[in-house]
Design a protein around this ligand. Structure first.
Ligand SMILES: Nc1ncnc2c1ncn2[C@@H]1O[C@H](COP(=O)(O)OP(=O)(O)OP(=O)(O)O)[C@@H](O)[C@H]1O
Ligand SMILES: [Mg+2]
Length: 257
């Protein structure tokens, strides 16, 4: 088992009086897909936003490659190589694929952008991820399908030398073929050596691409299992009840509201 590239220990997060994350331990390993699952409101997106520097966390430590780090802003997370692809994607509709991928990090001088080099890098990144459904990198994002947009958002996140890519429900709004594309892409990111986190409510997707499954239940990380060691039923039970046989909390009723 490889050492975690990102290792979160004892993370707590409250919004005012509401304690959302309780002593969460969560690890991401290079070359693996870790699924983060849990019911609506379990705290998945909040955990990701803490790691991404969007929400300050109250207590806890974050190790990156074994070294303690402080993540106080999205810039801190970006400098470590942690990229998050949010469900709402944050792509600019009026811009083309190249412009979106380089938004805020354009190459060239202030007066003359190096369009040729950006276009080449965008094309190469999409090719390295075996993305073939996008015909031209000069296509405006407004004319792309949901799956293609998701693909561009993911490619954008890997263009920046990322080490950890976190995908919050990347397939929630997609059809069968588009989901296929995105899941293939998720696997390819891990094969390229990145640590990948996949948040999903879709058990079929999780079981297909994840090496490991971490379950959040009412803000507590109740189980970290290898996908091959569990059944769909066990994971669903962990998600809904916090416990399944020997797995999960000993007394889930003690934490339930
Ligand atoms: N900015 C905020 N201010 C106050 N409470 C918040 C905030 N963001 C999230 N919460 C609360 O934190 C809890 C966890 O929310 P979170 O969005 O992390 O859940 P989730 O696991 O991502 O759920 P879903 O599967 O529905 O996306 C919820 O009870 C939510 O109401
Ligand atoms: Mg969420």
């Amino acid at each position: 088992m490889s050492e975690p590239i990102l290792d979160i220990k004892g993370l707590n997060k409250s919004f005012g009086p509401v304690h959302v994350l309780h002593d969460v331990d969560f690890a991401v390993r290079a070359g693996e897909v870790t699924a983060l699952v849990g019911d609506n409101g379990a705290g998945k997106s909040t955990l990701v936003k803490c790691v991404a520097g969007i929400h300050p966390y109250d207590t806890g430590t974050v190790l990156f490659n074994g070294e303690p780090v402080h993540i106080h802003s999205p810039k801190d997370a970006g400098e470590l190589g942690i990229e998050v692809v949010y469900q709402d994607l944050a792509l600019a509709d009026n811009l083309d694929i190249v412009q979106n991928m380089f938004l805020g990090r354009e190459r060239g001088s202030r007066w003359l952008l190096d369009e040729a080099s950006m276009e080449k890098a965008a094309r190469e990144t999409l090719a390295s991820l075996s993305v073939r459904t996008v015909k031209s990198v000069r296509t405006p994002v407004s004319s792309l399908s949901g799956g293609q947009r998701q693909t561009v958002a993911i490619a954008k996140s890997v263009l920046w030398n990322s080490k950890v890519v976190i995908l919050d429900e990347p397939t929630a709004a997609l059809g069968v073929a588009q989901t296929r594309q995105v899941l293939d892409l998720v696997r390819r990111l891990a094969e390229q050596g990145l640590g990948v986190v996949l948040i999903s409510h879709n058990m079929a997707d999780v079981f297909e691409v994840a090496d490991r499954i971490d379950v959040l239940y009412l803000g507590r990380l109740v189980a970290e299992v290898q996908t091959k060691d569990v059944t769909h039923g066990q994971v669903v039970e962990l998600i809904t009840a916090g416990r399944s046989g020997d797995l999960g909390l000993a007394r889930p009723e003690a934490v339930a509201l």
